[in-house]
Write a protein that binds this ligand. Structure first.
Ligand SMILES: NC(=O)C1=CN([C@@H]2O[C@H](COP(=O)(O)OP(=O)(O)OC[C@H]3O[C@@H](n4cnc5c(N)ncnc54)[C@H](OP(=O)(O)O)[C@@H]3O)[C@@H](O)[C@H]2O)C=CC1
Ligand SMILES: O=C(O)[C@@H]1CCC=N1
Length: 299
């Protein structure tokens, strides 16, 4: 597979992949990385591994839409193909970025073609590690990741969980590949549904709030562009203040709230309209949806 979709000579030079059960990629020199699924998250992962130092010639993206393949190849200079098998053959790491319902057919397609010791990393919501392990050759190391879209600009939050055959070096490699996406934390797999509800889907909640604040500014007579800039800077600055001060958000909220002033009047309305309860219910719904996606795989 070259940039216009045929097999590449470099594909056979997988660093670290070998023939013993212990063989496999190392964090220091991962070797070729194949990203299967070139949508929102696949493209983000391609950008991240390049930003993390991988050479474009060592990165392949497989995507069934030829137009999308061409777009990704043009944008990143990586290799592209519509053939998942060509992409994963001899790859040291396979990053799966397809929708949860497509994971099973893609695994069945690529399983016979994985290099010995290749690490499989998947961002699919809900799909349990056991579902990968039951479809891949015995002993295949698998790492699940729940990233989020701010990864695109290196400000993401990702959580990773290891499968039964994934050890420290596989987690370290996953961390290295994700390093350019922002924060990466390790969690137990049982916590990934909750992580999905908070940081995976969370950017949508933040965008929702930003949009509502901007809309409120327009309601109050501000030009939309100005209202949006003020809302974005306020949310961005508030998040940074929580992180940099180390203070609890409630303490910081109290500091904004002058006695008898504007803020306490506003926050009262947030309570009256159930915004806090709405956030909790939204997170529960996302957690439940993640569980349902997993239930389709017998989790
Ligand atoms: N978006 C997000 O914020 C996050 C997404 N995720 C996870 O990432 C995964 C992908 O989501 P997202 O990027 O949003 O979805 P997209 O629909 O943007 O991307 C999925 C891509 O996979 C392609 N695809 C479909 N079938 C195949 C196949 N058989 N072989 C190769 N490629 C295929 C699709 O092509 P086509 O369009 O032609 O069907 C599409 O381009 C999901 O599992 C999701 O749970 C995780 C965290 C955050
Ligand atoms: O909405 C979704 O299902 C994916 C997973 C987390 C964010 N987006």
């Amino acid at each position: 597979m070259t940039q216009d979709e045929s097999a590449t000579p470099e594909a056979g030079t997988t660093a670290g992949a070998g023939t013993t059960p212990d063989a496999g990629p190392s964090a220091a020199a991962p070797g070729p990385v194949a990203v299967v699924g070139g949508g929102v998250m696949g493209a983000t992962l391609v950008g991240a591994v390049l930003a993390g130092g991988l050479a474009p010639g060592d990165v392949r993206v497989a995507e069934r839409s030829a137009a999308r393949v061409a777009e990704l190849v043009a944008a990143h200079g990586v290799q592209g193909t519509a053939d998942n098998v060509a992409a994963v053959t001899d790859a040291a790491v396979v990053l799966l970025a397809v929708k949860p319902d497509v994971v099973a057919p893609v695994l069945d397609e690529i399983a016979p073609h994985l290099a010995p010791g290749a690490l499989v990393v998947s961002v699919a919501a809900g799909v349990p590690l056991a579902a990968y392990e039951s479809r891949l050759p015995a002993g295949t190391p698998v790492v699940r990741v729940m990233p989020n879209t701010p990864a695109l600009i290196g400000r993401g939050a990702s959580a990773i969980a290891a499968g039964t055959a994934a050890g420290e070096r596989h987690l370290a490699l996953a961390e290295r590949l994700l390093a350019a996406t922002g924060l990466v934390v390790r969690v137990a797999e049982k916590d990934l549904d909750a992580v999905t509800a908070i940081s995976g889907s969370g950017p949508a909640y933040a965008f929702y709030v930003i949009d509502a604040m901007a809309e409120a500014g327009v309601l109050l007579g501000l030009p939309r562009d100005l209202a949006t800039r003020l809302a974005v800077a306020t949310v961005e600055g508030s998040a940074a203040l929580v992180r940099e001060s180390g203070d609890h958000p409630v303490v910081l909220r109290e500091r904004v709230s002058s006695p008898g002033g504007t803020t306490v009047a506003a926050v009262r309305q947030l309570d009256v309209h159930g915004v806090r309860a709405g956030v909790l219910a939204a997170a529960e719904a996302a957690r439940d949806r993640s569980r349902a996606l997993g239930a389709a795989y017998g989790a």
